[in-house]
Write a new protein. Structure first.
Length: 533
């Protein structure tokens, strides 16, 4: 709906005041000049419903950015940047041809068209084309986006507009490696004349026509195996299968099973679909400095790392939440605050109601290792509680386990406060770290080498991290040890670049990639990108 001219003065005044003055100063401010030209009124009407553009043009009294006499370098820079959308794994939806057709025009329509293209391009390449919380309710990530008006301010002030736009996408080696892999289609494109491999399990010693197909497909992908008999699965072929599996992020056992064949045949999990998803997920992290010292937990990798300057300084296996409703570990970023030695375990309310309240109703002395705690933190004697009176809606108590050798959290936990009550911790169940797929917890992340991790995280906050930790442990009491603030990123990347640029793939343990892929396709044109491999 077009705005009437009687509304426009109030609109422009509101834009100018809200954009240019601090909160609370608007009422006392004198009204700005409103003797705008018809072209400026048209510009105001066109940007009024886009807050970022309205804030910018309001703060500059509707001065043109893209159609001013000196604006040619800005137009060229935006056109060239938006034309690079496929390089970032983004669809070509930014109107590059339309922008090229507007060259030389100075009217409000041209200005608005360029401005809207700028806002959309910088939004998508700078923080992702999708809102992760809308894609998946289990994704709790808040994308840190630079406001459009701030980006426009940098753009206008930049002596080199193209260089400024080049800084908007993620500036880390992992993102660049994914871009390179996308450009190369992760190795040679396999021609239609190379047959796919039949389903089955093929291993050393077997002889079948399917083995000849396996050999041919591997060779076409750069993993040629010498062998006198094409249909015989011999030792050289097993070595090449293992080499391909290592490249694809699969267990390099040299056996061509269903997952290996699926990848070889270009099914789900093969590039570039996974690369497009990974690039989008990396854009969601663009507001964070991934070259800083940080804790990195890639859930599909079942791994915890401490990174510094993009390099791993500590690594440990991890156990994540079960693939079950309410148990899966969410994705989000936060900041480490404490290492807690000899932690008490406060049983999550959902678990207390689901697993323990029914047992207490049958026998008030069940689960004797847990204290019953009231709202003031006091331990309540069970003899005075009639558990049969309570339901999941009105149970007034918490359950807590004291520090002990068999405490569910082990001897240490790592706190980064968040509404989901997710943290890293030790565990007495050490055997689970030997499993290949390690999704067994109630949502928190269990760490195989927690004491070593504590020592690393106490560096900089304690003169002797090992001695500080040992003293806290020997006290037998719950002790909170302060650490230097450290970003914590819980991410879900089934495709990722190693530090040397090698692309690795991991199982989609929670099935989250399908939702991202569906949303990317709805965003426009992604299926075309995926079909060009």
């Amino acid at each position: 709906m077009l705005l009437s001219k009687s509304i426009l003065p109030r609109l422009v005044r509101a834009i100018l005041l809200s954009a240019a003055l601090p909160l609370g100063a608007q009422a006392a401010a004198p009204a700005p000049r409103l003797d705008f030209s018809p072209e400026q009124w048209e510009l105001a009407r066109s940007v009024a419903r886009q807050p970022g553009l309205a804030a910018w043009y309001g703060s500059t009294a509707l001065a043109p950015v893209f159609t001013a006499p000196e604006a040619a370098p800005r137009r060229i820079a935006l056109i060239e940047a938006a034309a690079q959308a496929p390089v970032h794994g983004l669809p070509s939806i930014y109107g590059v041809e339309q922008l090229q057709g507007l060259e030389g025009r100075t009217d409000p329509e041209a200005e608005v068209t360029f401005a809207k293209a700028f806002a959309r391009w910088t939004h998508d390449v700078g923080g992702g084309i999708l809102d992760p919380r809308r894609v998946d309710p289990e994704n709790k990530r808040d994308v840190i986006r630079v406001p459009t008006e701030e980006l426009l301010a940098r753009f206008v002030a930049a002596p080199d507009p193209a260089a400024m736009l080049a800084q908007v996408p993620p500036q880390n080696d992992g993102y660049r490696a994914l871009q390179q892999a996308l450009a190369a289609r992760v190795g040679p494109v396999v021609g239609a004349d190379v047959p796919t491999v039949p389903e089955g399990v093929w291993r050393e010693g077997m002889r079948d026509e399917a083995v000849a197909r396996l050999r041919a497909r591997l060779a076409a992908m750069g993993f040629a195996a010498e062998g006198a008999e094409a249909d015989l699965f011999d030792a050289p072929l097993a070595r090449q299968v293992a080499a391909y599996q290592a490249r694809a992020g699969l267990g390099p056992d040299g056996v061509a099973g269903p997952r290996t064949i699926q990848r070889l045949n270009g099914g789900p999990g093969s590039a570039p679909r996974d690369l497009l998803i990974a690039l989008e997920r990396m854009r969601w992290l663009n507001g964070h400095d991934l070259n800083a010292r940080l804790i990195w937990v890639n859930l599909p990798e079942f791994n915890v790392r401490v990174m510094e300057g993009g390099r791993t300084v500590f690594e440990s296996r991890a156990v994540i939440g079960k693939d079950k409703e309410g148990w899966r570990t969410p994705e989000f970023s936060d900041e480490l605050q404490n290492v807690v030695v000899n932690p008490s375990w406060n049983v999550p309310r959902s678990m207390a109601l689901r697993d323990y309240l029914p047992r207490l109703q049958k026998n008030r002395h069940a689960v004797a290792h847990l204290d019953v705690v009231d709202s003031r933190g006091r331990v309540v004697a069970r003899d005075g509680i009639d558990f049969s009176r309570y339901t999941a809606k009105n149970f007034p108590y918490r359950l807590r386990q004291k520090p002990s050798d068999d405490n569910a959290l082990g001897e240490v936990k790592f706190i980064f406060p968040n509404p989901m009550n997710i943290y890293l911790h030790d565990t007495p169940s050490k055997g689970l770290f030997g499993e290949r797929t390690r999704a067994f917890s109630n949502g928190c992340i269990r760490v195989q080498k927690p004491v070593d991790l504590a020592h690393v995280l106490l560096e900089g906050a304690a003169a002797d991290p090992a001695a500080t930790y040992a003293g806290a442990r020997e006290s037998g009491r719950e002790r909170f040890l302060k650490t230097e603030p450290l970003p914590v990123h819980l991410v879900y990347l089934t495709t990722i670049a190693d530090e040397d640029g090698t692309i690795r793939h991991f199982p989609d343990v929670y099935g989250r990639d399908d939702a991202v892929w569906t949303a990317l396709q709805k965003a426009g044109g992604m299926e075309t990108l995926a079909s060009t491999r």
